[in-house]
Design a protein around this ligand. Structure first.
Ligand code: NAP
Length: 262
């Protein structure tokens, strides 16, 4: 039987990442858990080692801190046992763009964008050399909807979707699977960190259901998985509209509606 690859999961101390750890352990994968809260990861690792007999490594790292991030980049580049990267660590921030200011905006981008892109860039060359490997990126439906008012958070998630779709095109033919997962509201601590009481929201998914559905999409090798969306055709139509529009943008002249005012 083929050896199952180890799975490195960022943000594995709680929420969506901790459930990914639970589910991949149940499938018999060894794990590398990455987050800042070592105690929580120790507790999770002990339970999974005991229940599933898998090896679980814990790496305490603040992915917004360059030295810590470099350590995870090196591990991904060099450790050939790791065949799946789950880029899950992410944060939202309270308040509007004006409330947040440059420091918070920068921190959100460091974690949600830079860390995710750098970790992906660290592992992708090895996966391509090996002709196999999977990269799961946790985006959000917010990345499709500026109307939600979560400006920078939503923009970071739009980046994750775009990067995933691009890498699907670039790495897919080289044997590497790339999935973007777009949850909507899911019951985790991210809401309280962002100053929102999750109990005031409607249509909130339980985190186990979210990850189980995302893993169905993973097993089906979907490029974009939106667990709460009832009709997959709606996203297909949205994507098709984008492609139809794009067919018209290679023009040597500005559009007539601008030309007539030039
Ligand atoms: P969560 O419960 O707050 O968990 C976030 C995880 O990321 C924790 O394990 C946290 O661990 C880790 N993390 C945060 N900052 C970190 C840092 N600087 N360095 C390393 N690890 C860090 O949130 P969640 O809802 O599970 O979120 C997981 C992903 O799903 C995020 O990318 C989020 O944007 C996305 N998402 C969530 C929802 C939702 O409604 N919950 C919806 C759409 C998308 P430590 O504190 O121990 O570091």
């Amino acid at each position: 039987m083929a050896v199952r690859p180890a799975v490195l999961i960022t943000g594995a101390s709680t929420g969506i990442g901790a459930v990914y750890a639970d589910r991949f352990a149940k499938r018999g994968h060894d794990l590398v858990l990455v987050a800042r809260n070592r105690g929580r990861m120790e507790e999770l690792a002990a339970r999974l080692r005991e229940r599933d007999g898998v090896n679980v490594d814990i790496v305490r790292a603040d992915l917004a801190a360059p030295a810590d991030l470099a350590q995870i980049e090196a591990r991904l580049a060099d450790d050939a046992r790791i065949g799946v990267l789950v880029n899950n660590a992410g944060a939202a921030a309270p308040g509007s763009f004006l409330d947040q200011g440059p420091k918070v905006v920068g921190e959100l981008i460091d974690l949600n964008v830079s860390a995710l892109a750098r970790l992906t860039a660290s592992v992708a060359p090895r996966f391509v050399r090996e002709g196999k490997g999977s990269i799961v990126n946790i985006a959000s439906v917010v990345g499709l909807a500026p109307e939600f008012g979560l400006s920078v958070y939503g923009a970071t998630k739009a980046f994750v979707l775009y990067l995933s779709q691009s890498l699907h095109l670039e790495l897919g033919p080289k044997g590497v699977y790339v999935q973007a997962v777009l949850p909507a509201a899911t019951r985790t601590e991210i809401w309280s960190h962002a100053g929102v009481d999750v109990n005031t929201l409607s249509g909130v998914m339980e985190v186990g259901d979210l990850v189980d559905a995302a893993l169905v999409g993973y097993d089906r090798r979907e490029t974009v998985t939106i667990p709460p969306l009832p009709d997959a055709q709606q996203f297909a139509d949205y994507d098709a509209a984008r492609l139809a529009m794009f067919a018209n943008v290679a023009q040597s002249q500005p559009a007539a509606r601008y030309r007539e005012a030039m």
